[in-house]
Ligand binder design. Structure first.
Ligand SMILES: NC(=O)C1=CN([C@@H]2O[C@H](COP(=O)(O)OP(=O)(O)OC[C@H]3O[C@@H](n4cnc5c(N)ncnc54)[C@H](O)[C@@H]3O)[C@@H](O)[C@H]2O)[C@@H](O)CC1
Ligand SMILES: Nc1ncnc2c1ncn2[C@@H]1O[C@H](COP(=O)(O)OP(=O)(O)O)[C@@H](O)[C@H]1O
Ligand SMILES: [K+]
Length: 500
């Protein structure tokens, strides 16, 4: 699914209005009706609702929602913050329609006009939407702060007021902290960025039937990787004559004394996602552990307690390097030698990333389209500090272009950054915040590459699958009890649902 800029969304609105055709006021009715349906199916009509509107079209949506909720029996009060003397035509039409149903409407002209708010209120935030063009100040800023202080449940329409959908927020005290955001047609880039975590919690995309063929033609770097994209990526196994060689050979290089679990988790994940063969290259101290834990996995060994020689003998389809590897001088020296001689596609994680960060000149030795899977701290070591998430995205772009690699930046919305496009993942939850879950992710990506998925596919799809296991688990288990070892047990459920 595409993530579009505010300008592109406005273009899609205009195109739909002109070509469907539909009048702007009817499009607003359609959009706001979707919001009303969501609200009335999630809240009882005994709830007291306070709708705060600006005087643009986001405010117009608020007026429609107020009318529909009132007609449904909710107790509704509407508060309007005049934004200069301007009202859009659709706003004015809907103000009259709301007035016609004898609704309570109050204009907020000064601080004293702000209503009393209770934590039990349901607040609809329709002050600013896609048209926000500067940080709210004066009365609008005060209103936003007042709403935030009320500790009531806040539903934002399209986007929390004060949040820019595609650029950084400087005045963080002028943004609505929404519990739920009902957004139109496509998600906004701001939703995926950790800087905005206080403003965006849950959100739902409402399909308001903007022209899809127009949207399909709009160029964008940013995408949201959902079940639809995952289903399109999945390659069903239907080759009767397949043998284990058909599905590739994954080589997992990693481990050190006390950290053999990391390559073990990766190897198991590569195997369970379908790699035909898996070999682990580990220090000698890990031999019995690996062979006992995973009888299907072959093992080759290096020095006693750490990797130093990096001399696996097999001809692998893909190599994962780094889990539990450590960064000792011996290991680092061997890792450098390995990179100088290696031509096989790489998935690089954990300590191998730290070795690269300590020796940036080694980055030029990575085969093209190698996949690096940093968590935010590892990313910072690679690309340096950033002031805000938009600067981080820019630095990521420069980095992937410079080294011709793919970055999988892990987090609540893991980002797969390629030279061509950036994909935010749609699955996962905090059950994954558990030791070793990153090792499993790299194993999954490695196993997919071994089977012939492209580096872009293996990254986006692997991240999707990994996240989905946690969602399935937490439908009937407590998130605290999820462990990295359990992820592999749910891979089958994820694949089966992709086949539906
Ligand atoms: N036909 C359409 O265009 C549709 C638009 N829809 C709604 O319309 C919204 C966009 O509407 P608009 O483009 O009218 O913009 P908004 O309703 O977001 O409001 C922006 C208005 O506030 C002013 N403004 C911006 N920043 C300000 C600030 N910091 N302080 C004071 N005033 C400020 C702008 O000049 C403009 O008049 C969407 O977010 C969505 O909610 C939906 O109804 C769907 C259909
Ligand atoms: N709150 C969260 N929501 C979704 N995914 C999460 C969350 N916390 C962690 N994860 C996922 O869990 C994995 C953790 O990886 P990592 O930090 O490398 O762990 P480890 O080093 O223990 O293996 C990543 O894939 C990350 O996206
Ligand atoms: K809003």
């Amino acid at each position: 699914m595409k993530i579009l800029s505010p300008k592109q969304i406005a273009e899609a609105d205009h195109y739909t209005i002109k070509n469907e055709p539909i009048s702007p006021v009817n499009l607003m009715e359609r959009a706001a009706t979707k919001c009303f349906e969501w609200i009335s199916s999630n809240f009882e009509n005994t709830k007291s609702v306070k709708v705060f509107c600006g005087t643009g079209n986001n405010g117009g949506d608020g007026l429609v929602i107020a009318r529909l909720l009132k007609n449904k029996g909710f107790s509704v009060k509407t508060f309007i913050l005049p934004l200069g003397n301007k009202q859009t035509e659709e706003f004015s039409i809907n103000l009259k329609r709301l007035d016609d149903v004898c609704a309570k409407i109050v204009f907020i002209e000064k601080q004293e006009d702000l209503p009393k708010l209770s934590p039990r209120d349901l607040i609809i935030d329709a002050i600013f939407g896609n048209g926000l063009n500067r940080a709210p100040e004066g009365l609008s800023k005060n209103l936003i702060q007042y709403i935030n202080e009320a500790k009531a449940t806040v539903i934002a329409i399209d986007i929390p007021s004060g949040l820019f959908s595609g650029k950084s927020v400087t005045a963080k005290d002028s943004v609505i902290k929404a519990h739920h955001t009902l957004t139109f047609q496509v998600p906004k880039l701001a939703f995926f960025l950790p800087d905005n975590k206080n403003f965006i919690k849950d959100w739902t995309i409402l399909d308001i039937k903007l022209n899809t063929s127009f949207i399909n033609k709009l160029p964008t770097k940013y995408h949201y990787f959902t079940a639809q994209e995952a289903k399109a990526t999945y390659k069903a196994r239907n080759d009767k004559w397949a043998h284990k060689g058909t599905y590739g050979h994954s080589l997992i290089i990693g481990g050190s004394y006390g950290k053999i679990g990391a390559p073990t988790l990766s190897a198991k994940a590569a195997l369970k996602i379908g790699s035909g063969l898996v070999t682990a290259y580990i220090p000698k101290c890990g031999y019995t552990i690996m062979q006992t834990a995973l009888p299907e996995v072959m093992a080759e060994t290096d020095h006693e307690i750490e990797l130093a020689d990096f001399t696996p003998t097999i001809n692998a389809t893909v190599i994962e390097i780094g889990p539990g590897m450590g960064t000792s001088d011996l290991t680092l020296a061997g890792f450098k030698k390995f990179l100088q001689n290696n031509k096989t596609p790489l998935v690089v994680d954990a300590d191998a990333l730290n070795c690269l960060a300590l020796n940036k000149e080694l980055l030029t030795l990575l085969p093209k389209n190698s996949i690096l899977t940093p968590h935010p701290k590892e990313l910072e070591r690679l690309i340096g500090k950033w002031d805000n998430d938009y600067e981080k995205l820019e630095k990521i772009k420069i980095f992937v272009e410079k080294y011709s690699i793919i970055l999988v930046v892990k987090g609540a919305y893991t980002l797969t950054a390629t030279k061509e496009a950036f994909y935010f993942n749609s699955t996962g939850n905090n059950a994954l915040a558990t030791a070793g879950s990153g090792d499993v992710l790299t194993g999954i990506i490695t196993g997919l590459l071994a089977q012939g998925y492209s580096p872009r596919e293996a990254s986006c799809f692997g991240v999707y699958i990994h996240g989905r296991t946690a969602e399935i688990y937490t439908t009937n288990h407590a998130p605290e009890t999820f462990t990295a070892s359990l992820i592999a047990d749910y891979l089958s459920d994820v694949i089966l649902e992709l086949q539906e």
